[in-house]
Design a protein around this ligand. Structure first.
Ligand SMILES: [Zn+2]
Length: 229
């Protein structure tokens, strides 16, 4: 166990957030039941990208994401990233960066951290462990203006609401022609991924795909706001 993990463990709850068994934030029995594995995500707005999610957004997965983002249980990233790391093995990772989807300013102020960035960094550590490969994480996207709450909007309106809302700031060390894989905790309609794609490609960056922990399926989509932001 490295120092980082030891520090994270200080903040781990003493019981499973799913079944309340004592010991860890998600117990091994619950982990096994989830069967996290990379599944291809199909969203018409981003069908030109190869994207993966590792589970469906069920009420139990919602609990994990809620505790991670709103309960500040950032150590849960360790539960979320092993299958995401497997998803990344579908990509050619040389000269590739992970770019987290940014939080809305209001969300960042409320939470005090960027969930997708923390997830991206944990994912990079998992990839380093699995593949002995260092995948840089670059937080280069941000929202340029206040975006209306997505919760009450349908798919098309979400897209319109988000278009032009992100800006990319490429750092000097971004290198020559790197490719980008977007990272987020959840994919709903794909509007947020589509806006990140639009923003980065217009800045001359090649986006090759995305990876998320969970995805909503049509039957549970109305129960979730665009939580990724
Ligand atoms: Zn459990």
């Amino acid at each position: 166990m490295d120092i980082f993990e030891e520090l994270l463990n200080l903040f781990l709850p003493s019981s499973c957030i799913i079944c309340a068994a004592t010991g860890s934030s998600v117990c091994s029995d619950c982990l096994q039941k989830f069967r996290f594995a990379p599944n291809k995500v199909s969203r018409h707005q981003v069908n030109h990208l190869t994207g993966f999610a590792t589970c469906e957004y069920t009420p139990e997965i919602a609990k994990i994401i809620h505790e991670y983002k709103e309960g500040h249980q950032t150590a849960l990233a360790k539960v979320m990233t092993p299958a995401m790391s497997k998803a990344l093995q579908n990509f050619e990772l040389a000269n590739t960066y992970l770019v987290p989807i940014p939080s809305k300013r209001k969300s960042f102020t409320a939470r005090g951290f960027e969930p997708a960035t923390v997830l991206g960094k944990a994912l990079a550590r998992q990839v380093a462990k699995d593949c002995k490969f260092l995948l840089p994480v670059k937080q280069i996207l941000s929202f340029s203006h206040l975006v209306a709450d997505q919760a009450s909007l349908g798919g098309q309106d979400r897209r319109i609401n988000l278009v032009g809302s992100m800006v990319a700031k490429l750092p000097r060390d971004f290198g020559d022609g790197p490719r980008v894989i977007l990272v987020d905790d959840i994919v709903t309609t794909g509007s947020t991924m589509a806006e990140a794609y639009r923003c980065l490609t217009s800045a001359g960056v090649e986006v090759i795909g995305f990876v998320a922990f969970a995805e909503t399926l049509p039957r549970n989509r109305q129960n979730v706001s665009e939580k990724s932001v």
